[in-house]
Write a protein that binds this ligand. Structure first.
Ligand code: GLU
Length: 589
C-alpha cells in the first residue's frame, strides 16, 4: 500500500516536472494549436447569453444586466461603461466609437459615436508642434461614448440608463487592482502621464507605476464614481450641457491661459459639446461563402476593409487543398496582398462622408474584387495602387494611423437572439493624458487619427477622423453566428477578417480561429507575423516572394488586434471567446 502511494507521488512529481519543462521550452515553430505552449481555451457556452471583452470585470457587469432580465443592448452598454472604469486606459466616457446592432427580429442598425473635431480647430492643426506626440488638449475630439450608449439604450435597450451605469459605479467605488498586462501598458505611458497632474494623481503612485494584482492595492476612483452617478441622476445631457460639460470646458480654458505650448491648447467650446450628436447609419452588407456580413460604414474604414479583404479571399481556394491549408505560404501571401489593396483604397478614398465623397458601395462590390484579383501575383509581393472609380478622385495618401493598442471591443448576445458588436476608443492608451480635474474623465486623443493636409482624411472643424474600428456580425441561417471586433488601429480589420475566414474556410471553432497565429500587412512589402507558430519553410518562401517579415513572436500582448467574439452556434448555444493575447473577459449567463 505504502509503495503504491510512493509510486503515485513519484508519478505526480514527474508530471509536474514535465509540465514546468514544457513551460520553459523555447517557442519553436508550430503549426498552431493543441500543443505545449498553446493558450487555446475552448469557448464558454450557455443557452442564455454571452459577453466578451478584454476585461473580466467589465464582462461580468454585462452579465449581471442579462441576469437582471436585460437584453444584449443593455448588457453591451453596461459593459462599455464598466470598461471605462476597469480598463480606462482603453476607452471610457471621454472617448468614442462605433456600434453595430442586429435584433432577433432582423432589425439592423449602426450607431456612429465617433469623436468630432471642435469648430475652432486651428488651420495649422496638423503641423502644430505637439500634435505628433498625441498628448494634450488640442488633440481631444468631442467625446461620443455617453451620447452613443444613451442613444442605443433608448432605441433598442430595455433598461433605464441609471440601471446600466450601476455596475460601473460600483466598480469605481470599490476600486480595482491592475492586471500584470495593464501594469505593462501603464509602464509604457508613465513618462507621458507624469507630465499631467491629474493623470499622475489618478494612475501613478508618486510618479511610479503601481504594482499588479495580487500585490497591488485596489484603487477606488471616487471622482469617476461621482461623475457616473451624475449621469445616472441627470442623464446624458449632464455631459453635454450640464455640470460635467462645464468642467470639461473649464479645463480647455485653463490649458489656454496656463501657458501650454500652442499645439497643446484646447479649443473645444460649450457649443461643440452641446451640438454633439451620434449618427445612426445603415450597416454595410457583404456576402462571404453564402453568409451575410454586416459591418460599419465610414467614417471608419474598418467595415470597408473587412469586406474588401473577404471579397478578395473568396477568389482563392482557401482550405480547399493542401496548397491553401491554414498557414501555408499561399494563404499568408494572399492575406498580405489582399490587405495592401484595401489599404491603398482606404488611404485614397475613405474618410468622413460628410466631408468627402466615398465610393463605399463600389469598394465593397464583388465585381470590383474580381478586377483586383488580377492584381494579385501568386508569386510576388506587390505594391498596389488604389482603384479607379468614375466620379471619384483618389487623394494622396496620408501617413496613416499608428498601430496603437488602446481601444476596447465588446460583443454581446442574449437569449432572444439580439446581438451587439461595439468598439470604443481613447485612441492611444490613456488617450490625451488629460483628465478633467475632479471628474475622473480621461479625454481621448482621437484627432491624431487625422492625416496630412490634402489627403481625404485631412483635419477639418466638425469632421470625424477616419477610424479602422470594425464591429462585424456574421449572419448564418438567420442567426448571428459571429459577433466580433477588436482594438488595434490599422491592424483591426485584418484580425477580424482572418477570424471570419478561419471559421468559414478552415472550419475552426471560434476559439481556435482567434488563437492561431496572425499576419498583417499595411505597406509593401512588410508583413507582421506571429512567426513563433509559422513553419520556417513558409517563412522562407514568404521572404522569397518579396515580403520582409517583422517578427511579432507568439501571443505578443502588444500585437493587437485583440479579437472578442460571441455568437450563436447551430445548436443554439451562445458562446464567448476572448483573445488570449491579453486579459480575457469571457462570460456567459
Ligand atoms: N484610434 C484608432 C481607430 O479609430 C483605434 C486605436 C486602437 O484600436 O488602438 O482606428
Amino acid at each position: 500500500m505504502r509503495n503504491v502511494g510512493v509510486g503515485l507521488l513519484a508519478a505526480l512529481l514527474a508530471t509536474l516536472a514535465a509540465l514546468s519543462l514544457a513551460d520553459q521550452e523555447p517557442k519553436t515553430a508550430r503549426a498552431g494549436f493543441g500543443v505545449a505552449g498553446s493558450r487555446y481555451r475552448p469557448a464558454l457556452v450557455s443557452r442564455y447569453g454571452a459577453v466578451a471583452s478584454a476585461s473580466p470585470d467589465a464582462s461580468a457587469a454585462g452579465i449581471s444586466v442579462l441576469a437582471d432580465g436585460g437584453n444584449a443592448v443593455d448588457a453591451a452598454v453596461a459593459t462599455v461603461f464598466a470598461v471605462g472604469v476597469a480598463a480606462q486606459e482603453s476607452c471610457g466616457i471621454g472617448g468614442g466609437g462605433f456600434l453595430l446592432y442586429r435584433g432577433a427580429d432582423g432589425t439592423e442598425a449602426v450607431l456612429d459615436f465617433r469623436e468630432t473635431a471642435p469648430a475652432a480647430l486651428p488651420a495649422n492643426f496638423e503641423t502644430a508642434p505637439r500634435r505628433f506626440r498625441g498628448s494634450g488638449h488640442q488633440v481631444v475630439g468631442v467625446p461620443g461614448t455617453v451620447a452613443g450608449m444613451a442613444g442605443v439604450a433608448q432605441r433598442f435597450g430595455t433598461r433605464p440608463l441609471d440601471r446600466l451605469l450601476r455596475p460601473a459605479i460600483a466598480l469605481a467605488e470599490r476600486g480595482l487592482r491592475l492586471s500584470p498586462l495593464q501594469v505593462e501598458v501603464l509602464q509604457g505611458e508613465r513618462e507621458r502621464l507624469n507630465s499631467y497632474d491629474e493623470a499622475r494623481r489618478l494612475y501613478l503612485d508618486n510618479g511610479a507605476v503601481p504594482a499588479a494584482f495580487p500585490i497591488g492595492r485596489e484603487r477606488p476612483q471616487p471622482d469617476l464614481a461621482r461623475t457616473l452617478q451624475t449621469l445616472a441622476d441627470q442623464g446624458p445631457q449632464a455631459f453635454y450641457q450640464g455640470t460635467i460639460a462645464a468642467a470639461i470646458i473649464a479645463e480647455m480654458e485653463r490649458s489656454r491661459t496656463a501657458g501650454a505650448p500652442e499645439g497643446e491648447r484646447g479649443v473645444m467650446t460649450v457649443e461643440d459639446l452641446a451640438s454633439y450628436e451620434p449618427i445612426w447609419r445603415e450597416p454595410l452588407r457583404g456576402r462571404y461563402h453564402r453568409r451575410t456580413i454586416l459591418a460599419v460604414p465610414p467614417p471608419t474604414a474598418g467595415g470597408v476593409i473587412v469586406l474588401q479583404v473577404l471579397n478578395l479571399l473568396e477568389e482563392f481556394p482557401l482550405g480547399e487543398n493542401r496548397f491553401f491549408r491554414h498557414g501555408a505560404v499561399n494563404h499568408l501571401h494572399v492575406l498580405a496582398e489582399a490587405k495592401k489593396i484595401a489599404v491603398a483604397d482606404r488611404n485614397a478614398y475613405v474618410a468622413d462622408p460628410a466631408y468627402v465623397d466615398v465610393p463605399t458601395e463600389q469598394l465593397i462590390a464583388d465585381d470590383y474584387a474580381r478586377t483586383r484579383r488580377a492584381d494579385i501575383d501568386r508569386d510576388k509581393a506587390k505594391d498596389p495602387s488604389p482603384g479607379n472609380f468614375p466620379g471619384f478622385t483618389p487623394r494622396p495618401p496620408g501617413g496613416g494611423a499608428r498601430p496603437g493598442a488602446s481601444t476596447h471591443h465588446v460583443s454581446a448576445v442574449d437569449a432572444a437572439g439580439n446581438a451587439v458588436s461595439v468598439t470604443c476608443s481613447n485612441e492611444q492608451r490613456y488617450g490625451s493624458g488629460v483628465v478633467v480635474p475632479g471628474t475622473g474623465i480621461l479625454l481621448n486623443n482621437q484627432l491624431t487619427d487625422f492625416d496630412e493636409p490634402g489627403s481625404a482624411n485631412e483635419a477639418r472643424p466638425g469632421k470625424r477622423p477616419r477610424s479602422n474600428m470594425s464591429p462585424v456580425i456574421v449572419v448564418e441561417d438567420g442567426r448571428p453566428a459571429l459577433v466580433l471586433g477588436a482594438p488595434g488601429g490599422p491592424r483591426i480589420p485584418m484580425g477580424v477578417a482572418s477570424v471570419i475566414s478561419n471559421v468559414i474556410d478552415y472550419g475552426m471553432d471560434p476559439a481556435l480561429a482567434v488563437d492561431v497565429a496572425r499576419l498583417d500587412s499595411e505597406k509593401c512589402c512588410t508583413v507582421e507575423l506571429e512567426q513563433g507558430r509559422v513553419l520556417p519553410a513558409q517563412r522562407q518562401e514568404l521572404t522569397r516572394r518579396g515580403h520582409t517579415i517583422t517578427d511579432r513572436g507568439e501571443y505578443h500582448p502588444q500585437f493587437t488586434p485583440l479579437v472578442q467574439v460571441t455568437g450563436i452556434r447551430p445548436d443554439g448555444l451562445r458562446f464567448s471567446v476572448s483573445d488570449p493575447r491579453y486579459d480575457r473577459g469571457t462570460a456567459v449567463l
